[in-house]
Design a protein around this ligand. Structure first.
Ligand code: NCD
Length: 313
């Protein structure tokens, strides 16, 4: 059986079964990165372009390594050194690149809907690597994958997402993903950073971390998206940190087997102390590790690969 979608734009549009199929397929890709020779010929002869209009460390490198481990030829585009600075439109940039015969395009852009827009004007599959505050589907897939591996299930877990929910594409994609897979999701932060109507997406809302933390099986901490904060959303970072930063003292309220996550980049001392980020509950580097397998699975499926958890490549 093949994956029915041509593009990966967000988790809002995916069915539970489709999300589970991607996660199952990713299982078979974990082991490739543990081999001495970390390369399989799945995308040999294909060219993938990574079009990044916003800064990125993990996601860009993860896509590039995933593509290389699948034997694709990869090209990285950074907006600052491209003709975008000369005023070329997104559509023209992408269609010119497509004319060179590429097979897949990965895009990160500050405009919500940028990936969906390109999917409408290009013939090749498009993968959304983050579009403004809208969605970041591969991040949520790797978060789901990490929790499934760590906890053995997602169904029935209480997932608490803490921080700047309003500006976070990671929060939105994770609310969709975890809710669809049967977890109860609560978002927590100052009222100014909780988007109105988030309950309609399937999340409960809490403004009190001390109250919400004891119930959580998984705590996902998010960065304050300072680049997207136009106005003043809270008085000082220090006050934010006192109320919503995860530190060792607040962790005493958490369950003894709680799982702590963060998509990175971490602002240590703001949303999380180093002791928590590097502590025994943290799976933050596991998220990064599994991100590779999840992105390899997404690239493989969108290139026409079979859905499977059994195959070896
Ligand atoms: C996130 C992003 O860019 O949306 N990071 C990531 O991709 N791992 C989160 C963030 O920037 O805070």
């Amino acid at each position: 059986m093949r994956f029915e979608r041509r593009n990966l734009l967000g988790l809002e549009e995916l069915e539970r079964g489709e999300i589970e199929s991607i996660l199952d397929t990713a299982e078979s890709f974990v082991e490739i990165s543990e081999r001495p020779l970390k390369k399989v010929p799945v995308l040999r002869g294909m060219t993938v372009v990574n079009l990044f209009f916003e800064p990125s460390t993990r996601t860009r490198i993860s896509f590039e390594i995933a593509e290389k481990r699948l034997s694709a030829d990869t090209v990285n585009f950074a907006a600052t050194t491209s003709s975008a600075v000369k005023g070329e439109s997104l559509k023209d940039t992408a269609r010119n690149i497509e004319s060179m015969g590429i097979d897949m395009l990965v895009i990160r852009h500050s405009a919500p809907g940028a990936a969906a827009y390109l999917a409408g004007v290009l013939d090749c599959p498009v993968i959304n690597a983050g579009d403004g505050a809208h969605e970041h589907p591969t991040q949520a897939l790797l978060d789901l994958f990490t929790v499934r591996r760590r906890r053995g299930r997602i169904d029935g877990l209480n997932v608490l997402i803490v921080g700047d929910i309003l500006h976070s594409r990671v929060a939105r994609s994770n609310v969709f993903g975890f809710s669809k897979l049967g977890a109860a999701v609560t978002v927590c932060g100052p009222p100014t950073l909780i988007p109105p109507g988030i309950e309609d997406l399937g999340a409960k809302v809490s403004f009190d971390l001390l109250e919400a933390l004891p119930e959580a099986d998984v705590v996902m901490v998010l960065r304050i998206q300072r680049e997207r904060l136009g106005d003043c959303f809270f008085p000082t970072l220090r006050e934010y940190s006192d109320l919503f930063g995860l530190d060792e003292k607040k962790m005493e309220l958490a369950k003894s087997d709680v799982t702590v996550m963060h998509p990175g980049p971490i602002n240590r001392g703001v949303e999380m102390t180093p002791g928590v980020a590097d502590g025994p509950y943290s799976v933050i580097l596991g998220q990064v590790k599994y991100g590779l397998a999840v992105r390899m699975a997404v690239l493989y499926l969108l290139s026409g690969g079979e859905l499977s958890s059994e195959d070896t490549y």
